[in-house]
Ligand binder design. Structure first.
Ligand code: HEC
Length: 117
């Protein structure tokens, strides 16, 4: 699980705990605090580094930065997978995140530190 999400969960649980204490102490709580769970989209660079760059750029998979790969190709491939390339579900990378990631990759500069397969 991603650190941002863990922090958000902790925040939500904190709100729930405060609400539980308020209720337990007999204070009237007309509206129980609702624990909400919003997912903030993660930035393309962050996703690339954490999820894709693990293989791409580290000898496992072809270099994909600096190649101007069409966004539609990247998006389709990330959902379907291909051979040793795993498929990623919308619960792992949301549609919104994937669109931004694919757009970013289409124009991202090559990184001379990366090594292809
Ligand atoms: C577990 C390793 C792994 C991870 C993680 C991974 N890939 Fe891949 N990817 C591969 C491999 C291996 C291939 C080559 C597949 C083939 O052609 O047989 C590939 C191919 C691709 C290609 C096509 C490249 C080409 O030259 O045809 C794209 C685009 C791509 N991956 C994007 C991504 C993106 C975006 C992510 C992150 C969301 C990602 N990959 C995560 C292993 C990985």
């Amino acid at each position: 699980m991603d650190r941002h999400r863990v922090l958000r969960w902790t925040g939500a649980l904190g709100v729930a705990a405060v609400a539980a204490v308020a209720l337990g102490s007999g204070l009237s709580a007309p509206v129980a605090a609702q624990a909400t769970y919003e997912i903030e989209p993660r930035a393309p660079e962050y996703l690339y580094e954490r999820t894709c760059g693990y293989c791409h750029g580290h000898n496992v998979a072809p270099i994909i930065r600096g190649r101007k790969l069409p966004a539609a190709v990247t998006s389709a491939l990330v959902r379907s997978g291909n051979g040793a390339m795993p498929a990623f579900k919308p619960t792992e990378i949301t549609d919104q995140e994937l669109e931004a990631l694919a757009q970013w990759l289409a124009t991202a500069e090559a990184d001379p530190e990366e090594h292809g397969r």
